[in-house]
Design a protein around this ligand. Structure first.
Ligand SMILES: *Cc1c(COP(=O)(O)O)cnc(C)c1O
Length: 427
């Protein structure tokens, strides 16, 4: 595979942009090598600067659930852009978009649009604090909620207790009020509430974890979070930036039967343009300015081009059969990959929910960050490079989800499984 042009661009990029990238997940630091520079995408395919064509399972880290350059989304973007790309005034598109989100997501009666998932979670936490008048929050280890100061905490190997920031530059006071517990560990969450009664504003969780690789909530876990937060008067926040519109139109909350107080959205909701959102009951959202005392704003929030993309995306996803087809494709890929690993006698676990999946190089179940970290990451890196040579682009990290889109054909999936077999034979 010729990567001369990507190499040249990366060398230049590194002189101009930290690490050559505008988001660290793109830098391939966990698998090594030179990240490919893409210049075109269509359907299930991406093309890099050297003209290599790849079957893409990153899909912009989730948003491209309909596939790249979807004709209806492109048309909506073009029609909106011709009328002007930003007004800084309300538009009909925002009303339509809000109607779509409110009707799809069970917990949302009122919604505010922002420009990224990070802005959504950051604002949602502020809302939880403003509404409850409390300061502490709980997040779960291995849960990623964007790069807000208070959320860049996982406490690493410390099983539970007061947070220590993962990033330099986070004010220790922010991190101190972030308490952490392992994912799927209700007992530790209950202990945190018992130790901090009436002080916790909210608990934020990915209802289906997607940032330690895909990890399902064990039975009773989300129900337990719901009753524990409620008993204490704290809010339950679902970060559905990945799972929203991915596992179902109404997000994980619509299929798992647990309704949070506040929901955060991102990724798919913008149809490939920068959009995030947070929403809740009207009573909670009445706290947000200009109705209430919690300030939150954005020059480009509800941007008309981004709203046009989001509206079309949600309308396409509402068509009958979409989630059944995504699930069928995800299942076929997971089954084929599991069989390929078994044939090659490589211990591997495939965690899957619908069109989200992660291949973990381990023989043991992966249920939290500890078990995800105990997998063979060197082997993952070797597999990544080997399957890339075979024309398949999986996420360049063990701790990310593969995203299957509507544009992945049965042939793409069969080709991917065959590529995995050839890759495994070489490593
Ligand atoms: C990607 C992600 C975010 C952050 O969204 P950005 O748009 O990258 O700021 C937050 N939460 C979850 C669960 C995510 O996967």
């Amino acid at each position: 595979m010729d990567t001369t042009r990507s190499q040249e661009l990366f060398d230049r990029a590194r002189e101009l942009i930290p690490g050559g990238v505008n988001s660290p997940a793109r830098s391939w630091t966990s698998v090594g090598g030179t990240p490919l520079f893409f210049n075109r995408a269509e359907g299930s395919r991406v093309w890099d600067e050297d003209g290599n064509e790849l079957i893409d399972y990153v899909c912009s880290w989730g948003p491209m659930i309909l596939g790249h350059a979807h004709p209806a989304v492109l048309k909506a973007v073009q029609s909106a852009a011709i009328n002007g790309t930003s007004f800084g005034a309300p538009t009909a598109a925002e009303v339509r978009m809000a109607e779509l989100v409110v009707s799809a997501v069970p917990s949302i009666e009122m919604v505010r649009f922002v420009s990224s998932g990070t802005e959504a979670t950051m604002s949602a936490l502020r809302l939880a604090r403003a509404y409850t008048g409390r300061n502490k929050i709980i997040k779960l280890i291995g849960g990623y909620h964007g790069h807000d100061d208070a959320l860049l905490v996982s406490a690493g190997s410390a099983a539970a207790g007061h947070g220590i920031a993962d990033s330099a530059g986070v004010h220790p006071d922010y991190a101190r009020d972030t308490l952490v517990a392992p994912y799927n560990d209700l007992a530790t969450v209950e202990k945190l509430f018992a130790d901090n009664p009436g002080q916790i504003a909210g608990l934020i969780v990915e209802p289906i974890a997607g940032n330690m690789g895909v990890v399902r909530p064990v039975e009773g876990f989300l129900e337990g979070l719901r009753s524990t937060t409620e008993k204490d008067g704290a809010l339950l926040l679902f970060d559905e930036v990945i799972s929203g519109f991915r596992v179902a139109l109404g997000g994980a909350q619509s299929i798992l039967g647990v309704t949070p107080d506040i929901t955060c959205l991102g990724k798919i909701v913008g149809g490939g343009l920068p959009v995030g959102a947070y929403g809740a009951s009207t009573e909670i959202m009445n706290t947000v300015a200009p109705l209430g005392p919690m300030y939150q704003a954005g020059t480009l929030s509800g941007n008309p081009v981004a709203m046009a993309a989001g509206i079309t995306m949600l309308e396409e996803l509402a068509k009958p059969g979409v989630y059944e087809e995504l699930d069928r494709k995800g299942a076929a890929l997971a089954k084929g990959l599991s069989e390929a690993f078994a044939e090659a006698e490589v211990p591997a676990v495939v965690n899957r929910v619908g069109s989200l999946l992660t291949v973990f190089f381990t023989g043991d179940p992966v249920t939290d960050m500890d078990s995800a970290s105990a997998t063979d990451r060197d082997r993952f890196a070797k597999f990544f490079h080997a399957i890339l040579e075979e024309g398949v682009y999986p996420p360049p990290s063990q701790f990310e989800a593969w995203f299957v889109s509507m544009a992945h054909t049965d042939q793409d999936i069969a080709d991917t499984i065959a590529a995995a077999k050839r890759a495994l034979a070489r490593i």
